[in-house]
Write a protein of this length. Structure first.
Lengths: 576, 576
């Protein structure tokens, strides 16, 4: 044997590296160790297993050709020595050994390595609130928890579930409960929006409305303060800062953190946030120890700073790069932009790069273009509206991020995937103007949603377009008396404006159809601040350009238009 | 009035530039001229109008907010002086005037310009074969033809249609005839594959099989030599190099060419292929004359050479850039990679960059990776197989193109859109290894199809993988006796191998399950050339690595695997 590589952790990055090393150099002895009995599973599939889309947990740990990826598979098909139910207790970097404990027997074993790879993954953050240990409180940290949750459901023990945490996993679990099982599911999120670090509030609000329309109860800006149990020690409710919610099952999904205790104790460089620090070759501060997957931090290719991006897709890429380098092929993983996509009932929501919030915090002169384009040729029968937010820096015109929400399918994905490679390259708005998304009527509009979003950003940066943001607009609609000077100029078809005029009165809402503005603009109440309103924002912009040119500059465009408003949680829309 | 801009051509690039100029500088007088009475229509929508997805042709020339884009719309809503049914006869560059003829009256008019923009589009190539002028022979060059075709169909006059040309428009028209109207539709293509310049033969062959499965008759490698008429002068058939086909309607869809006569006669620089030559600002050889859309050639950002890419999406981008420059905002259009997508019944097929053929002709040391990945997490219920071809240069490892075919939906689009921006940047395989496509189980596999395609290319370039191409394999299967030394080693489940062994005999086809190779490889007929076969090619590659390492190097992998074979036009597959 020329060399022994020990890989700790056998879910995603670990197995990927292990088998890659064996393929690159079958002479290398590879030992794959995991504390769990179940390994190499698709953790991202857990909500679909709980929800019933995936019937058997074995499917989550099978290959696409239906072989179970257990220790025998790795031994026989891959030639990797595989030790499950074996916990690595410590690393001796001097001696280049690890000490492992066989969980069943508590027997300890010392194993020497030439190269060590840590793929210890992440673990759920468990807030230390009262009742956290009650029977019926679960995290979704591994497959055993998922199996236990599903067992309770199938036994009919779950009628009401509370999910604490409005991130991707929380939302997916809530949908899983509600959609197939009809369980009353309530989501509680501490921050004032869903998916707080992944999208800005406009996209999150559209998602929240859709989830509510599908029967989920959602409470935002509420902290879960206590989990309540009955006399038998079983969970029966959740107390939040605002209310008490009945529950016979509680899911803790407030986030995950890198599992890096082993690395820390071995004296490896670990970040303040607890992530193992690696270079582009996936090497830790000890050149004989590599790390990859959810336990590390990576470079954000937009901002250049480090971030924690626990995603199965990245873990696999990092595992491959680590494997290459361990086997002697120089290879690099430069970082990521956090490309993200998820399903929420009949919608899909995705993002890449920085949110507006994150961009501002990082010091950019950040702004957004909010658009609501039709996702295919407008004459094509399956067309529908999606909403996009492009985040950019006004000073450098650099594009910092893209977010989108639209009908379920791969339409939003296609735009996120189109944007992600450019975000890595430091692209500016002009690059996005001309990004060449594939076109034909069943797939996109001739001007793709990404191009359209960039056009608006371009017009904003050049100060050809002045907008009010949705938040500002909602604040006004909640209390119009605060801005007595504002008036809505609705440039849509008069029939569309009618119910709004009826509801809000001509003091606040008037109609001036788009194609009549050139003739009739002198009728406009130019002494007021005119908020120009249409469905998508584009007609409003055209009208703005015309009015500005004619000296009526006291006007602003409602960015995104009524298309966006209709998809958000507002209670003041007239019935139409 | 400060300045007058005359725009010739009012379909896509022309109107886009015209309205952009008015928005940027309302002081500029913009005159939009078209020889047709119908303008600003979505020409790419014609097959969907003929097929019935779009009920009324007016939808093709309406805005998304249901306003008809006729001359009144451009005048009133956009402030653009619009002259329809007006043909521009000549340009006097000295005097800076054009001479236009009003089609209805034959009256001529001279119009002066400060800046002229040519957006004269493309026109169908009409091969001069006998019978081309018969009643019932149509091109799809404009909306009038589309209306006339649909009228014949709705009157019940079309029972059998022949489409000459297997490009995108030909295929879309054939589907339109067959799918809704039940018309017997036959496609005749001179080259030996469909979509000859857009994809390589493997993808084209998969599409052809799917179209045939949906009832289209397809004849490849056949030239239409004559269109046959009856005594009344109506078309009744098409003669090809191989046969005679009945038809009461014939569509000529052999391609389009730039409409550049006007430019040529004005002495502007026009390419050998007839396309107007422009710089990055869309300026022709006369700095006061711009051109954009289907009448120009653009830079191929992969090869650096010029190409003709008549696409509505590019026309719009170019129109915007031309408009910017004309209105005084410096702006550039650098070129394109020919991103392409289309629907064919229940499949979608797309590409970007160079095909293998084009890459070889351009002098690259080009090769492909052919893969057949599952398009979502393999455990997710809607998962399906797609097929991808990544074209790359073995010497520089530069990625030159991507092609894909899969289920209808935006899945292939999402990969083409992901690849296109990187192709422009001159990305190499390693960039594609790590390209960060968004992931969750309903949308993709943890290793996205693009990453998987790049991994295979990586292994090929490093000579870790040796393959036989599909063509080579098909040749063998057609005449196995020619290579008596070859034997298929099927590493799938023995049940999957069984019907193949039964059909071809153990002389040609043996079973050696993937997970038993490490134990049983000495049983293999290593004196023969072993073609290792699995469903997708990945297990075969693993087995190849192992066999090579053990000195059994006389083996090759069937790239793409049985997944690809099953989707192609082969008659030798055993029934299963």
């Amino acid at each position: 044997m020329s060399k022994r590589v020990v890989v700790v952790g056998a879910v995603a990055a670990g197995p990927k590296a292990a088998v890659r090393i064996k393929r690159l150099n079958p002479d290398i002895e590879v030992v794959l160790i995991d504390q769990d009995s179940l390994i190499s599973y698709g953790g991202c599939g857990i909500p679909y297993y709980v929800g019933g889309d995936v019937a058997d947990e074995k499917e989550l740990r099978s290959t696409s050709f239906h072989m179970l990826r257990d220790e025998h598979f790795f031994e026989e098909a891959k030639g990797v020595t595989t030790m499950t139910s074996t916990r690595v207790l410590s690393i001796d970097r001097e001696k280049k050994t690890i000490t492992a404990e066989h969980v069943a027997t508590n027997e300890e074993e010392e194993i020497s390595y030439d190269t060590l790879m840590l793929a210890t993954g992440s673990e759920p953050i468990i807030p230390q609130i009262d009742g956290i240990d009650l029977d019926g409180v679960f995290s979704v940290g591994n497959l055993h928890k998922a199996i236990a949750i599903k067992e309770r459901i199938t036994k009919g023990l779950v009628g009401k579930a509370v999910i604490i945490g409005g991130g991707a996993i929380g939302i997916e679990m809530a949908e899983a409960f509600k959609d197939l099982w009809g369980i009353d599911a309530t989501l509680v999120e501490f921050k004032d929006q869903l998916l707080p670090n992944l999208v800005d509030w406009e996209m999150a609000d559209i998602l929240a409305k859709h989830l509510r329309d599908n029967g989920l109860e959602i409470f935002l800006g509420e902290a879960a303060t206590e989990i309540i149990g009955d006399d038998s020690g079983k969970v029966c409710g959740v107390r939040t800062s605002n209310r008490q919610i009945e529950a016979d099952l509680v899911i803790m999904a407030v986030g995950v953190k890198p599992r890096s205790q082993l690395a820390k104790e071995a004296g490896l460089h670990v970040s303040a946030g607890g992530a193992i620090v690696v270079n582009e070759h996936m090497q830790t501060s000890d050149p004989d120890i590599y790390a990859a997957g959810d336990c590390i931090e990576i470079t954000n290719l937009v901002s250049g700073s480090k971030f924690f991006a626990p995603l199965g897709s990245l873990a696999n890429k990092q595992g491959r790069v680590a494997g290459d380098n361990i086997a002697g092929i120089p290879s690099t993983f430069k970082g990521g932009v956090g490309s993200f996509i998820m399903k929420g009932f009949d919608m899909s929501i995705g993002s890449a790069g920085l949110t507006l919030n994150a961009a501002k915090q990082a010091g950019y002169d950040a702004d957004i273009s909010l658009t609501s384009p039709i996702d295919r040729a407008h004459f094509y029968p399956t067309q529908a509206i999606s909403c996009f937010t492009l985040v950019f820096d006004r000073r450098t015109r650099r594009v910092l991020g893209l977010q989108g929400i639209g009908p379920m399918g791969d339409g939003v994905l296609a735009r996120i995937n189109g944007a992600a490679p450019l975000l890595c390259e430091g692209a500016v708005i002009e690059d996005f103007n001309n990004i060449e998304m594939a076109y034909s009527p069943p797939f996109s509009a001739a001007i793709d949603s990404i191009n359209a979003a960039a056009y608006v950003a371009d017009n904003l940066c050049d100060n050809r377009m002045r907008k009010i943001d949705m938040r500002e607009y909602f604040d006004f609609m909640d209390a119009p008396e605060k801005e007595p000077d504002w008036i809505m100029v609705d440039v849509r078809h008069p029939k569309q404006a009618e119910p709004f005029i009826e509801k809000f009165g001509e003091k606040h809402w008037i109609s001036m159809p788009y194609d009549e503005v050139r003739k009739r603009y002198k009728e406009l109440p130019t002494e007021k601040t005119m908020i120009i309103i249409c469905n998508a924002g584009s007609r409003s912009y055209e009208v703005q350009r015309f009015l500005d040119h004619n000296g009526y500059t006291n006007n602003k465009v409602l960015a995104g238009g009524i298309n966006v408003v209709r998809r958000m949680n507002v209670d003041w829309l007239p019935e139409t």
